[in-house]
Write a protein that binds this ligand. Structure first.
Ligand SMILES: Nc1ncnc2c1ncn2[C@@H]1O[C@H](COP(=O)(O)OP(=O)(O)OP(=O)(O)O)[C@@H](O)[C@H]1O
Length: 274
């Protein structure tokens, strides 16, 4: 599939960048939760535009509102103030974006194949086309040959790959990931980071990825936004001018530019948390 097929054409009649399929626009967004009798401001005000095709990483201290921002973009929450637009329209939960959470949300009574097929069914892929699409998705996340296994018969890293394949199944032009590798060992985490980098480069999807890790942020992002401590606002908005596409991950991680950027982001995260 070409990136233009995934990104689609401009939505709406304005054709501006912020209405293109997969683009995200937050205008003066603030979100508050009610806890007991109290109002807690979780995030904002935040102004942020994510052009179609960008890989944005949100980094910040625990509790600064990263997940809240992601939930607002996914349409799971409505902002208390301001507006959120995905592809130029108000986000629709479960429809505007493919979402991957920290803990993979799979159907345990189904096989790997059954989990992927269900996502394809929801995405409107007809029964005859499903085996081919499923095979493509499993290959894309490196899970060929596991279709018959139940979700408890595969490793944590493989479960997270199934969750990524499920999110990709919907062919949404926007991909949201909330600390998807936090619970995995270092080796699996690095492998999945490489996969996500590759898959998003291949499909050209707009991606918003939440993490605590400066290392993960610099490896994955084409742009990093560091949030201040809660309620989070934008402390640093940094383009990452590292090569994308077909690059040697090991070489990239060892490059001087990479280590310098990682130090800069790490420093910014610490400074923003005070
Ligand atoms: N459903 C909720 N009800 C009430 N308060 C909430 C709710 N969800 C989050 N909060 C509060 O909003 C603030 C931001 O939380 P959020 O989970 O967005 O931060 P985060 O940066 O993703 O944190 P972490 O990195 O620890 O996951 C925190 O103070 C949190 O306690």
């Amino acid at each position: 599939m070409s990136s233009s097929e995934v990104l689609g054409t401009a939505v709406g009649d304005s054709g501006t960048d912020s209405s293109r399929a997969g683009s995200v626009r937050l205008d003066h967004v603030t979100h508050q939760y009610r806890r007991g009798g109290e109002t807690v401001t979780a995030v904002g005000p935040v102004d942020l535009t994510v052009p179609a095709g960008e890989f944005l990483v949100l980094v910040g201290a625990s509790g600064c509102g990263k997940s809240t921002l992601l939930r607002l973009i996914a349409g799971f929450e409505r902002p208390t103030h301001g507006s959120v637009r995905v592809s130029g329209a108000e986000p629709r939960p479960g429809e505007s974006a493919g979402v991957v959470f920290q803990t993979p949300r799979l159907f345990p009574w189904r096989t790997v194949r059954g989990n992927i097929d269900l996502a394809l069914r929801y995405a409107g892929v007809n029964r005859r086309q499903r085996p081919e699409r499923r095979a493509e998705l499993l290959a894309r996340v490196g899970l060929e040959g596991t279709g018959d296994r139940r979700t408890w018969e595969i490793s944590g890293g493989q479960r997270q790959r199934v969750a990524i394949a499920r999110a990709l199944a919907a062919e949404n032009p926007l991909f949201l990931l909330d600390e998807p590798f936090a619970a995995l060992d270092a080796l699996t985490r690095e492998r999945l980071q490489e996969d996500v980098r590759q898959v998003t480069a291949q499909t050209g999807r707009t991606t918003v990825f939440v993490t605590h890790s400066a290392d993960e942020a610099v490896f994955l992002g084409s742009r990093i936004v560091v949030l201040t401590k809660g309620p989070g606002t934008v402390a640093l908005d940094l383009p990452i001018p590292l090569p994308r596409g077909d690059v040697d991950a090991e070489e990239l991680r060892n490059a001087r530019e990479f280590t310098e950027l990682r130090a800069e982001v790490s420093h910014a995260v610490k400074a923003a948390a005070v």
